[in-house]
Design a binder for this molecule. Structure first.
Ligand code: SF4
Length: 333
């Protein structure tokens, strides 16, 4: 781990100013905000993350879950994953989010990890975490050791010639299906970004994973009201039953009315370079009967653009089966 300056922010504005000041004083030095630290500190110890300045935001008043006047919910960036999963509003109205959170990490990690940190969770690609190996995401232009290397756990959707790393989060897959909005505070003021636009595809710049600019702070996430009569499910498939990242997962939200699917939201995890919303699957589901044939058509549509590597072709069928099972559970219960 390299030396860095640590400060504690008094409020949101103070955090933004501390970040901006550090960048100016240290000629563009990287600034990182620290809350739970479950990703950042690991990567700093590995020298993958080497910020010149760390701003502790863990005591900012961003740790509440509140019902919104429009019937939705506002989730603060420092709300712990465990608290969010167990919050009555989330359990009762956004079951897919609660299930996704409880499927992630371990109980100890969920007690520390925060909403904002989980949004920015970095890939588990083994080469990204090994500074002896080429990795375009960690060191732009150095190459991608996973292409032609160990790629069993990598993405099959949204990949590029520069990077095939999968996004590891469960929470973000549920937030994608729920059409969350990410609220950001930066030196130029506040802005809101739909979560599907928040994440960037790797393209030729895999080091840029989100639309965040240097010094930007995620303050909270909002969810719209649940679709009337909808049911939601998160299903995660992995190599072992606990404390493991998804090989494939599915977050689905479905409303069935008069024997037909009237509303569908579908997102996949473990297979995309970002949490993967499948509008193709949604289009295949709406107006269809809630039966296995419809679910299979939706799953085929969701994976139609898959580009597997030498070791992860199995993810195509695994993700399809995962989606079919999740839809069956949500639509026919
Ligand atoms: Fe790096 Fe992405 Fe290649 Fe992994 S897949 S080695 S993160 S460039």
């Amino acid at each position: 781990m390299e030396l860095f300056q640590l400060s504690r922010a008094r409020d949101v504005r103070d955090a933004i100013q501390a970040g901006a000041a550090a960048q100016t004083a240290q000629q563009g030095a990287e600034v990182r905000f620290l809350a739970g630290g479950t990703t950042l500190l690991d990567l700093m110890k590995l020298n993958v993350e080497r910020p010149g300045r760390v701003v502790d935001i863990s005591r900012l008043p961003l740790n509440s879950v509140e019902a919104s006047p429009d019937g939705g919910v506002k989730i603060g960036a420092t709300v712990r994953n465990a608290d969010l999963a167990q919050h009555p509003l989330i359990r009762e109205r956004y079951a897919v989010l609660s299930q996704a959170l409880l499927a992630g990490a371990s109980a100890q990690l969920r007690n520390m990890a925060t909403t904002g940190g989980n949004l920015l969770q970095r890939t588990r690609c083994v080469y990204f975490r090994d500074t002896a190996m080429p990795c375009n995401k960690r060191e732009p232009g150095s190459g991608c050791a996973a292409i032609g290397g160990f790629n069993r756990t990598q993405a099959i959707l949204g990949v590029s010639d520069a990077c095939i790393a999968s996004n590891p989060s469960d929470m973000n897959v549920a937030l994608m299906a729920l059409e969350a909005t990410v609220h950001i505070f930066g030196v130029r003021g506040e802005r809101q970004v739909p979560i599907d636009d928040f994440y960037l595809l790797p393209g030729t710049t895999p080091q840029r994973e989100t639309v965040l600019e240097p010094g930007d702070l995620v303050t909270h996430v909002t969810l719209p009201p649940p679709a009337p009569g909808s049911r939601s499910v998160y299903l995660k498939l992995r190599d072992r039953a606990s404390y493991e990242f998804a090989l494939a997962s599915a977050a689905v939200i479905v409303t069935v009315a008069n024997g037909r699917i009237s509303h569908a939201r579908v997102a996949l995890g473990g297979v995309g370079t970002k949490p993967w919303r499948s509008r193709e699957a949604e289009a295949a589901l709406v107006s269809a009967a809630p039966d296995e044939a419809s679910f299979a058509r939706a799953a085929a549509a969701a994976l139609a653009g898959a580009k597997p590597q030498s070791q992860n072709g199995f993810k195509v069928e695994l993700a399809q089966r995962c989606l079919v099972h999740a839809l069956k559970e949500a639509a026919t219960a």
